[in-house]
Write a protein that binds this ligand. Sequence first.
Ligand SMILES: NC(=O)c1ccc[n+]([C@@H]2O[C@H](COP(=O)([O-])OP(=O)(O)OC[C@H]3O[C@@H](n4cnc5c(N)ncnc54)[C@H](O)[C@@H]3O)[C@@H](O)[C@H]2O)c1
Length: 351
Amino acid sequence: MKICLVTGSSGLIGSEVSAYFHERGFIVHGVDNNQREIFFGPQGNTRWNEKRMQGALAHFTHHELDIRDRNGVLELIKALKPAVIIHTAAQPSHDLAAKIPFDDFDVNAVGTLNLLEAARRFCPESPFVHMSTNKVYGDRPNTIKLKELPKRWDYDDAEFAGGIPESFPIDQSKHSLFGASKVASDIMAQEYGRYFDMPTCCLRGGCLTGPNHSGVELHGFLSYLVKCNLEGREYKIYGYKGKQVRDNIHSADVAGFMFEFCQSPRSGEVYNLGGGKQNSCSILEAFEMAEACTGKKQISTYVDQARSGDHICYYSDLSKMQVHYPKWKLTRNLPQIFQEITESWHQRTAK
Ligand SMILES: NC(=O)c1ccc[n+]([C@@H]2O[C@H](COP(=O)([O-])OP(=O)(O)OC[C@H]3O[C@@H](n4cnc5c(N)ncnc54)[C@H](O)[C@@H]3O)[C@@H](O)[C@H]2O)c1
């Protein structure tokens, strides 16, 4: 059986990918040190998910390793020589990065370099998927002409009617320190593809979501929003009248794309991976969908100050992914995503 190494395996994407590859016959080795709890406090704890996977997946081994531990990473990859590496461990919050710039850069940029270099030394033929972010585009998407609709912003420029393509410029705009550390890792993953001809790709995620997110205010938009709704807790809207738009993709569809890439890898590729226009919503629209799902009124307050560098309207153009990997498609729409997240919070809070 082939080995799949997943970093960030107790997180939203890492856990989904572990299950997805396991179901398709891989032995899965997961790397996670519950750093999410250190970043976000007890609400960010991912141990529940680690335990869930150890119970559910017969061929899953957990490694309590920090990806900043260079020798630890080199030794693990030397010992396992995985057939596939999926890198999802990260400091994932835009806002938190400014408070912890060294940790943010060391995890996101240096941690990724540790993994890429270990892969080059011990398994250079193995597909390496790096989970990047749409924040690599900085706030430049905000320069696209927009139109204001009753409940959302939308592009008012035919060039972007299908969303933001991979050719969109990434520099000379405000990224947040998080966006900057992710740019460093994104370029490095591309470079290991181009310079060393390794089968790497960067997936520039929109809003990645799903039932297994440990959503907190600073990260995990829909998961946190539904949690607030269920608990009758206030959700704070930061700026843009609550009409800011995000495209949401279920973690299973993220894992599905990663699997397709690993079946037929290319080198140094970049894809915008989100829910596209069809799975996009504003915060106001998300409130309505949560209310329809839970039957509870969403409580919110408005802060008339947008988060620094935040996108007003962002949805991904999925056409490059669909041309390169025609078997891949979105399998969950927004109502299904809300339903799954709601059920998961019910189950977790019932324990
Ligand atoms: N969720 C989103 O909306 C979103 C959007 C765009 C991009 N992304 C990217 O996708 C990836 C996965 O995001 P997610 O939502 O699953 O995040 P997550 O926080 O749920 O999962 C990340 C996991 O990595 C672990 N981790 C963090 N630092 C580590 C370290 N130094 N060593 C070992 N493990 C460590 C955490 O404990 C956590 O379990 C990240 O690269 C993130 O930047 C996420």
